[in-house]
Design a binder for this molecule. Structure first.
Ligand code: NCD
Length: 305
């Protein structure tokens, strides 16, 4: 069965090219107002045990645009039997009897993989704790390619919470397939875990870790801004101390290349000044829209196998 659980699993240039081509086709057809029937008669369940706006709604819109139907729990942690103590394994086994595919977000690392172990239908990981968020990672790489015309030779600067940033964890295995340079900007406490750094080293991808953003801004082709992930902190004091570490504003953009783009999975909670939204380099709203088409492509891919 074609579960989508990790970024590593999608990290294949041929597969990515195919998915990107399909996403672009879906966008073109959607813009022409075509109604599709690829998912006619299919039901997709979305089980979200953590809050979500873009991920859940873009998955659900993707299913509807493909002609399928959705079974949705927007607050699975409070509204499903999880509150009574039912395991994710049991929930997935049951729901997979009702749905042809299940999209799951859950606060525990590894939980979506556990759900997949009992599910009779393909399972898509929409974020498992601080671990992975492969569909966001794929749509981000798609956006980078689309915005820059290609990734080889480019420098991607990641700024924010790399300790807890599940999108980054899923994206690195995809990015190492390109000739990129990676710069990781974060407070010391929020550095990328060693296992991911080892992967970069193993793939011979040049990377740097810095605390100050200023000196690397001129190099960036992509400035990828992540929020400091409040819900992952066991110490509220540590969060308060680190939450305002960086701000991307007009001054930041004035030090960047005219051809660079600013990206973010969103939500933003103070780290991106809305005054830059009108700058053509602010790509985050285009990125969120791309999510719809990349998720349509991923749904079709997961159903096919
Ligand atoms: C990300 C997530 O939930 O991990 N957002 C998203 O899926 N659009 C990043 C975040 O929450 O900051």
């Amino acid at each position: 069965m074609n579960h989508i659980l990790t970024g590593k699993q999608l990290a294949d240039r041929k597969l990515m090219e195919e998915l990107f081509k399909t996403a672009q086709e879906f966008e073109n057809r959607d813009k022409k107002g075509e109604v599709l029937d690829v998912f006619k008669g299919k039901i997709v369940a979305t089980l979200f045990f953590e809050p979500s706006t873009r991920t859940r709604l873009s998955f659900e819109a993707a299913v509807l645009k493909l002609g399928g139907q959705v079974l949705s729990t927007e607050n699975a942690a409070g509204a499903s039997t999880a509150i009574k103590g039912e395991t994710i394994e049991d929930i997935a086994r049951i729901v997979s009897g009702y749905a042809d595919m299940i999209v799951i977000r859950h606060p525990e690392a590894g939980s979506v993989e556990r759900a997949a172990s009992t599910s009779q239908s393909p399972v898509i990981n929409a974020g498992d704790g601080t671990h992975e968020h492969p569909t966001q990672a794929l749509l981000d790489v798609y956006t980078m390619q689309k915005e820059l015309g290609g990734l080889d030779g480019k420098t991607v600067v990641f700024i924010g919470d790399h300790r807890n940033g599940r999108t980054l964890h899923s994206m690195l295995p995809m990015l190492v397939l390109f000739k990129v340079k990676i710069i990781l900007v974060s407070p010391e406490e929020l550095r990328l875990p060693d296992e991911y750094k080892e992967m970069l080293t193993g793939a011979n991808v040049p990377f740097e870790e810095v605390v100050e953003l200023e000196s690397v801004l001129g190099e960036a082709d992509v400035l990828y801004v992540a929020r400091i992930m409040k819900e992952r902190f066991s110490s509220p004091e540590e969060y308060e101390r680190l939450k305002d570490s960086y701000l991307t504003n007009k001054d930041t953009l004035s030090k960047m290349k005219s051809t660079a783009v600013v990206m973010a999975a969103l939500p933003r909670v103070g780290e991106i000044d809305p005054n830059i939204d009108s700058d053509p380099r602010a790509a985050y709203f285009r990125e969120a829209k791309n999510g719809l088409y990349v998720r349509m492509a991923l749904l079709v891919y997961a159903l096919q196998k």
